[in-house]
Design a protein around this ligand. Structure first.
Ligand code: PRP
Length: 284
């Protein structure tokens, strides 16, 4: 008998809410009892295990869980033996070498021989070595941004999302060394590969649906070719005839972040009845 698939889910913090939301939207029904580490999924051979986000890559690599939701920054730092199955389209951030605003440092090589504080010692060390610099790494689990003020380091390597932490601490980015986001990982010996594939397809449906909207509009037939260039759809747009032979109706998926611009451009070329609909889920 195949064992139930085990998925590691962040137990707390922002990523925990995002992951739970995503799994529920993908149709996984479960109830997490307070303090419990496990939750059984109803109607699917899957168990969820709630873990610290930064332990998920290692525990997946070790086979304690088959798949997990975590940050690709943590996967890189753990150098765990796992593969990235899917980007989940949330939690995007950058890892950057930062120095005080007024620092004379111009390149990573200028930090040769200096102290650098970070929660990402492995990634940081590899980067500086590649750039011919040997730094004294101060490895910390958080609050890295105050280490320059405390006199612990001359530079830091930290995650930057909006940049407000940098501004608050009067730091500037010297160089970006990585781009990361929330990902689904898996090891190469999953207990139940068939259920794992089913889960991936379900999550793909939700992730793509979140990125796209459905746009419908009517357009004069003479403008159809131009309109199709604006809305090429995922594969190709659906075009239907209207009662008036000079007009047609078009339906296409459009990236949600492009919808407003696209609507304006369509309107400018004579399209009308332009409607955006949110997609809850899809299979393409
Ligand atoms: C992260 C990171 C930065 C901050 C960046 O810290 O370490 O400090 O977010 O975000 P921003 O560019 O939007 O300001 P987090 O809040 O995860 O806590 P930590 O300091 O304990 O790592």
């Amino acid at each position: 008998m195949t064992e139930r698939l085990r998925i590691g889910v962040p137990s707390k913090g922002r990523l925990s809410d995002l992951a739970i939301d995503l799994l529920q939207q993908a149709g996984l029904q479960f109830r997490r009892q307070s303090r419990s580490l496990f939750a059984r999924v109803r109607g699917l051979e899957v168990d969820l295990t709630f873990l610290r986000t930064d332990d998920i890559p290692t525990l997946c690599g070790e086979g304690a869980i088959d798949m997990g939701i975590t940050g690709s920054d943590l996967v890189a730092e753990a150098a765990a033996d796992v593969q990235e199955r899917m980007r989940l389209g949330v939690g995007r951030c950058r890892l950057a070498i930062c120095v005080p605003e007024e620092s004379p440092v111009k390149s990573p090589a200028d930090l040769d021989g200096k102290a650098v504080a970070t929660s990402f010692p492995r990634v940081t060390d590899a980067y500086f070595k590649q750039h011919g610099a040997t730094t004294h790494l101060v490895s910390l689990s958080g609050s890295v941004e105050v280490m320059i003020q405390l006199g612990v380091a001359e530079g830091i390597v930290d995650l930057v999302e909006t940049g407000s932490t940098l501004v608050a601490n009067r730091l500037r980015i010297l160089e970006e060394i990585g781009q990361y986001e929330t990902v689904l990982i898996q090891n190469d010996r999953v207990r139940d590969p068939e259920t794992a594939e089913r889960l991936v397809r379900r999550l793909e449906g939700v992730v793509i649906a979140r990125d796209y909207s459905l746009l419908e509009y009517n357009v004069p037939r003479v403008q159809l070719a131009e309109a199709e260039k604006l809305t090429p759809g995922f594969k190709s747009p659906t075009v239907n005839s209207l009662e008036d032979p000079e007009w047609c109706a078009v339906r296409a998926m459009v990236r949600s972040d492009r919808v407003i611009d696209t609507m304006e451009q369509l309107e400018a070329m004579g399209a009308s009845a332009i409607i955006q609909t949110t997609i809850a889920n899809c299979r393409l």
